[in-house]
Design a protein around this ligand. Structure first.
Ligand code: 6CS
Length: 317
């Protein structure tokens, strides 16, 4: 058998390396009977194209950013784009993502209505903001045009800070920042470094407003049609990959920050928000949580409530 595994990132980056490691493990465990081809961003179009391809069964497997590119179809997936909703510590986030029933059972069922089976959720690290203004308070966002992924709720989050938003595929973002048609964006440090966004932005704000969440997905009909022993192989490998990818993103994010700091040709100010500064952002961001739960069409408040409880159990708050 030959499976294709499409990702939203390039070789060397977390999603692609995940797919490559997954491919090796499946190949080895199946004694060479199954070959998995990892595909990088662009090989089959944009992130939105890739999501559609998976839904149609054109590829079997995909790494997807849930709020990012299916937010319109599965409104509940936008829960990952709320600011200051998940814990700030990536280790706790990974624990919630791995064990949550709200996500792994209830949200999974919602995606399956659209032929996407999320087999796991994992973090690619804490998000940071980049800009030319040096974002330290919500007021600094006033009038900025922020690039976001294809997710209606992301508009609300930045609206609350007084910013406007624009949706773009990440492949167009470097040029947009360079030409200043876009003023700011959010991503984990490894990605800011590898996509060289810091070359065209003056500052990086370590804001801890969110963790980037990716999901390992399979086309639902394909997955349900697998022989039981093959399905077990997939499930077991997906489970093993949770700790592998956690370590991978830590290493990549540390190296990314170091590379930005050491790039003397493109000096970048690194701003780490203090607890008080974070509190100011939280105050503005938190009403959006309730708005999401109560007002966003198609959102199931029961998933929100269950996840909130599961988060509280992990953080002890
Ligand atoms: O900003 C984005 O759209 C991209 N960021 C990451 C970390 N992975 C892929 C995604 O498309």
């Amino acid at each position: 058998q030959e499976w294709q595994f499409v990702t939203e990132e390039l070789q060397g980056e977390v999603q692609y390396e995940y797919a490559a490691e997954f491919a090796n493990r499946i190949n080895e465990k199946s004694g060479g009977a199954i070959t998995v081809e990892p595909l990088e961003y662009g090989a089959l179009g944009s992130e939105v194209d890739q999501a559609q391809l998976l839904q149609q069964g054109g590829v079997q497997l995909a790494v997807m950013s849930p709020p990012g590119f299916t937010g319109g179809q599965v409104p509940d997936g936008q829960i990952f784009s709320l600011h200051y909703f998940f814990p700030s510590d990536p280790e706790l986030v990974q624990e919630v993502l791995t064990n949550s029933k709200a996500l792994n059972t209830d949200l999974r069922a919602k995606y399956e209505e659209h032929s996407i089976s999320p087999l796991s959720y994992w973090t690619e690290g804490s998000m940071a903001w980049t800009s030319n203004v040096g974002i330290e308070s919500p007021a600094d966002f006033e009038g900025l045009n922020v690039r976001v992924q294809e997710s209606p709720l992301m508009r609300e989050s930045y609206d609350a800070y007084g910013a406007t938003v624009q949706s773009l595929s990440w492949g167009e973002l470097y040029t947009a920042l360079d030409r200043e048609t876009v003023d700011a964006q959010e991503n984990p440090l490894f990605f800011i470094s590898s996509a060289s966004f810091h070359e065209v932005q003056d500052s990086v704000t370590i804001s801890k407003h969110n963790n980037y969440v990716a999901m390992t997905t399979a086309n639902t009909d394909w997955y349900n049609g697998l022989d039981e022993n093959v399905k077990a192989l997939v499930d077991e490998t997906v489970e093993e990959m949770q700790s592998w990818v956690f370590d991978e993103q830590i290493a990549q994010n540390e190296a990314g920050l170091q590379a930005i700091e050491e790039d003397t040709e493109n000096p970048t100010e690194i701003i780490e928000l203090t607890e008080d500064q974070i509190a100011a952002f939280k105050e503005v961001a938190e009403p959006v949580h309730q708005y999401y739960r109560d007002e966003v069409e198609g959102v199931d408040p029961a998933i929100y409530d269950k996840l909130k409880e599961e988060i509280a159990e992990v953080t002890g708050e």
